[in-house]
Design a binder for this molecule. Structure first.
Ligand SMILES: Cc1ncc(COP(=O)(O)O)c(C=O)c1O
Length: 397
């Protein structure tokens, strides 16, 4: 069945891939912390990887294995490691690839906690983090040979300003200095973009977002092209640092994956309609959406993404206070961090998801304090547009 699945298209694989124990249509939730052995000989065989039986859920579990197999398939990798959260995936992957004295080169716009981890946490372990603008590949080309990073790390599209980074060009440059390329694919999901196919070494997700899709789980996952690396990530980092996903959360992500393709189609369609509306709105100074031909890297987005995602960010013409007033006026959209849920969510990154950036850091990377990010949900687009229109209808814009 596994080999045959290689022939199927993404939507089919998202539903069928991964072996299901006991012919269950849906994988059972193996709600157990530990597994029993017939004898010490059996235990030794499992502990020494001579058998693929299970030991302990912080390491492996049949429900987690189904998810890991499915995600490896969907991202065109060879294996995956499930984590307790997206940040557990980010931190474990970066720690697994870096040592004191080495450098991680990252795009200067990252999700707030990832930015804090890279710039503040890693510093304590004498790992040097350098943030530069990857949207202009010549900037990376100029810096890479002098900095000689061990890891190149970025999100594309980036959170929250939807910067688009050319995956193939970055992977090409990384190869010239032997750096590993780690891509956070949370905003796209594998339905829209598969970084491993374009040369990345590791792809990771906050599975909390589109993979789960319903705002009811916090989870993460990393996928790679090298099985030795996957085994090291799982048994030397995930197991030791302890950020294991629970079987119930794996089951929720598996359920979410079945509808990923249809949900993403609607998220993208609604987001494109919203971006086009905002682009013409007199109170808006700048709309950030990779599907608009005014987006700086629209051509790169067209090349590497099947569609342009469900997140739209924009700056209003007024002040930070006016942006707060607009957000407070939303009625249908909920004010919340997170994204990729069925509900439309709106937030102010400078005060919420990106609060870890100081004012001077925000300024240095050109992130306005009045930037509003909307995770466009699956409601009727007409209701979403009416809500945005009434929220923008304030007098001091
Ligand atoms: C792009 C990106 N990566 C990683 C994370 C962290 O994921 P989690 O909240 O599941 O730990 C987030 C969370 O918002 C995110 O937006």
């Amino acid at each position: 069945m596994k080999d045959q699945l290689k022939e199927f298209r993404f939507e089919t694989k998202a539903i069928h891939s991964g072996s299901h124990p006991n012919h269950a249509l849906n994988p059972p939730i193996f709600q157990t912390s530990t597994f029993t052995f017939d004898s010490i000989a059996h235990a030794s065989a499992v502990m020494n990887f001579e058998s693929s039986d299970y030991v302990y859920t912080r390491g492996n579990n049949p429900t987690l294995r189904v998810l890991e197999e499915k995600m490896a398939e969907l991202e065109n990798g060879v294996g995956a490691v499930a984590f307790a959260s997206g940040m557990a995936a980010v931190s474990s992957v970066l720690l697994s690839l870096l040592a004191p004295g080495e450098c991680v080169l990252h795009h200067n716009v990252l999700y707030g906690s990832a930015y804090s981890f890279v710039t503040k946490f890693l510093e304590k372990y004498k790992i040097d983090a350098k943030g530069i603008d990857f949207t202009d590949i010549s900037v990376l080309e100029n810096k890479i040979h002098t900095l000689r990073p061990k890891v190149i790390y970025f999100e594309t599209p980036a959170n929250p300003n939807l910067d688009i980074i050319d995956l193939e060009s970055v992977a090409y440059l990384a190869k010239s200095v032997g750096a590993k390329v780690v891509v956070d694919n949370t905003f796209s999901s594998p339905y829209l973009q598969r970084p491993l196919t374009l040369g990345a070494d590791v792809v990771l997700h906050s599975a909390t977002k589109y993979l789960g899709g319903h705002g009811d789980v916090v989870a993460g996952i990393a996928v790679a092209r090298d099985m030795d690396y996957i085994n090291s990530l799982k048994f030397e980092y995930m197991c030791e640092l302890g950020g294991a996903m629970s079987p119930f959360n794996a089951w929720l992500i598996l359920r979410g994956l079945k509808t990923l393709a249809v949900r993403m189609d609607r998220h993208c369609e609604n987001a494109m309609r919203l971006a086009a509306y905002l682009d013409k709105h007199p109170s808006i100074s700048h709309v950030m959406y990779p599907g608009l031909d005014t987006h700086k890297n629209h051509e790169v987005a067209k090349k590497q993404m099947a569609q342009f995602g469900g997140i739209v960010s924009f700056e209003i013409k007024g002040s930070h206070e006016a942006a707060i007033e607009v957000i407070n006026r939303f009625k249908l959209a909920k004010i919340a961090v997170s994204l990729g849920d069925t509900e439309t969510l709106v937030q102010l990154p400078a005060a919420m998801t990106h609060i870890g950036y100081s004012d001077s850091e925000l300024k240095a990377i050109g992130l306005s304090k009045s930037l509003i990010r909307i995770s466009v949900g699956l409601e009727s687009i007409d209701d979403i547009l009416e809500d945005v229109a009434q929220a923008l209808n304030i007098t001091n814009l």
